[in-house]
Design a protein around this ligand. Sequence first.
Ligand SMILES: C[S@@+](CC[C@H](N)C(=O)[O-])C[C@H]1O[C@@H](n2cnc3c(N)ncnc32)[C@H](O)[C@@H]1O
Length: 294
Amino acid sequence: MILGDRSEVLRALLPEFADGVQLIYVDPPFMTGRTFRVGAQDASATSIAYRDIWQNDLDGYLQWLYETFYYLYHLLAPDGCLYVHLDWRATHYARVMLDELFQSPARGGGLKNEIIWHYQSGGRTQRAFARKHDTLLLYAKSSDYTFHGERVGLRRGKEKRNHMRKEVDENGQTSWTIRSAGKLYRYSEDMTMGLDDVWSDISHLHQKDPERTGYATQKPAALLERIILASSEENDLVLDCCCGSGVTPGVSEQLGRRWLACDQSEVAISVTLARLLRQNRRNVFALQSVKMIE
Ligand SMILES: C[S@@+](CC[C@H](N)C(=O)[O-])C[C@H]1O[C@@H](n2cnc3c(N)ncnc32)[C@H](O)[C@@H]1O
């Protein structure tokens, strides 16, 4: 676990880990113009987690993002996956930058998914449709990237989801059929169905959620579980260079992955450390400005 600015930290990791990280998840500041705190999100909370304030300097923010992506690209393994978590403010800029970095038509690299994480929490504006989704861009360096849709699929079940025909046999077992190009396809209710790219089944953490650490912008463990299970194997190395409350290292640890986590915020590093200690991970190394302090 490393306390420091992501460019300094990622540059320091390059000599040892270039092309060596199987999964990267990054949930950077979204250019919201806000200060995020620990606990209450008003000025009564004294501890500032981080400032997402760029003085309306879009160029400066994009330069920051580009540098981050540049280092992440070079750390990512040839069969690795990068997930970039953003929202309506910057996703489109990120796609252009990532397309440039990951373009390798011969190797089949590039954008693999634009995942919409749809949730209900937060307010509703009167002046536009309510903004209720984040976007996760999934990029890979080659067509050999790790992907296990079956691990995170859904049981097809008895519920009607599309235009397939429902059949129920004498034992009460449901199956679904569809004819396409003269061929009949049959799926039983127990079969696993691959997930699509709109995720509405994972909610934001509500105020009283036991998972909450108090760190603003904390993402739910279920989101990381899905990503880590789909895009890495046991013992693979997972990196998050804006780890915030430590959800990525925490879930990686639970799922038997190795991990590297960094954040520039001391509060983030201490919340992450506390999370890992709660999970009984005793041999965590905390590094400060790329120097070992513990
Ligand atoms: C949206 S939050 C991440 C939340 C995290 N995914 C979680 O679930 O708790 C963004 C994080 O980026 C960190 N950050 C901002 N600028 C950074 C920088 N230059 N280097 C490293 N981390 C940075 C912030 O401190 C903050 O923790």
